[in-house]
Design a protein around this ligand. Structure first.
Ligand code: SF4
Ligand code: SF4
Length: 229
C-alpha cells in the first residue's frame, strides 16, 4: 500500500516555486477576493491562448498567477506560510498539488469544429513530503492507477478531476459556439499576435450569458459573503 499523503502545515513551498496556472473564471474570483483582502500585488498573465479568426481575438483558456516581488504567491502569508484564500476559494491547481497535469494537449479541429483536450498527470517531487516519503515506483504506480492515487491523496486527485470537469465546460461551450457559427477557432499558431487577448470566461458569457461563476463554483455567493465579513 502506498503511504497516505499529508500536506505539511506551514510549509507553503509550492506557493513559491513558480506562477500558478489558473482558469479564466478563477481570475475573476481571485481578483475579487484580492480586493476584499486588500492584496494589491496580484498579477495574471495569459497562459494557453487559441485564436478566433472570425472575430479577430485571441482567447485565453488559462492564466498564470505571478509570484510577487518577494518571490511568493500574493495570497501567501510570508510569516506563517498560510494561504489567505484557503477557506475561501483556492485555485484548483493549488488544491491538486502535488498531483498535477504534466501536459495538457488541446485539440482544435476545424473539420469537426470541436475543441477537446487530453491530460497526462505527474506527481511533483518538488513537494518535500513526496520527495522524502515516496519512491519513484510509488509515484509511477499512482500515475498508472488512479484508484491507488485516490487512496493515497483523495483531496488532491479529486481537485484534479474537478479541473477536468471545468476544462470540459470551456471546451464544450466553445465547440457549441463554433458549430453555431458565432466563432471560428484555430490553435495558437504564432500568427495574429497583435489581436487582443480576451478572458475565455468573459468571452463565452457574451454569447451564453447563463454560464456564470456558479456554473464553475456553485457556492460562489457564500464565498464572497464570507470574504466581505
Ligand atoms: S510543497 Fe507539499 S507539503 Fe508543502 S505546502 Fe505544498 S503540497 Fe503541502
Ligand atoms: S493561492 Fe494559496 S495555495 Fe495557491 S499558491 Fe497562493 S498561497 Fe499557495
Amino acid at each position: 500500500m502506498v503511504t497516505p499523503f499529508r500536506c505539511m502545515p506551514n510549509c507553503g513551498y509550492c506557493c513559491t516555486i513558480s506562477p500558478v496556472t489558473v482558469f479564466p473564471h478563477e481570475v475573476i474570483i481571485l481578483s475579487r477576493l484580492a480586493e476584499e483582502l486588500d492584496i494589491t500585488d496580484l498579477v495574471f498573465k495569459p497562459g494557453y491562448v487559441i485564436t478566433d479568426i472570425k472575430n479577430g481575438v485571441r482567447i485565453a483558456l488559462s492564466y498564470l498567477m505571478q509570484l510577487n516581488s518577494k518571490g511568493i504567491c500574493p495570497f501567501l502569508d510570508p510569516y506563517n506560510k498560510t494561504c489567505s484564500v484557503h477557506s475561501l476559494y483556492k485555485p484548483l491547481t493549488c488544491r491538486s498539488f502535488p498531483y498535477l497535469p504534466r501536459v495538457i494537449r488541446y485539440i482544435i479541429d476545424p473539420e469537426l469544429k470541436v475543441v477537446d483536450f487530453n491530460v497526462e498527470f505527474v506527481i511533483s517531487s518538488l513537494c518535500p513530503v513526496i520527495k522524502n516519503n515516496y519512491t519513484p515506483d510509488d509515484l509511477e504506480l499512482m500515475i498508472r492507477n488512479i484508484k491507488i492515487a485516490m487512496k493515497a491523496m483523495p483531496k488532491e486527485v479529486d481537485a484534479a478531476q474537478e479541473a477536468i470537469r471545468v476544462r470540459k465546460i470551456y471546451a464544450d461551450a466553445l465547440t457549441a459556439l463554433w458549430r453555431a457559427g458565432y466563432i471560428e477557432l484555430r490553435g495558437n499558431d504564432g500568427n495574429n499576435v497583435n489581436w487582443p487577448i480576451v478572458n475565455a470566461f468573459e468571452y463565452i458569457r457574451q454569447f451564453i450569458p447563463h454560464i456564470t461563476l456558479d456554473s464553475f463554483v456553485p457556492n460562489i455567493m457564500e464565498i464572497m459573503k464570507k470574504a466581505r465579513s
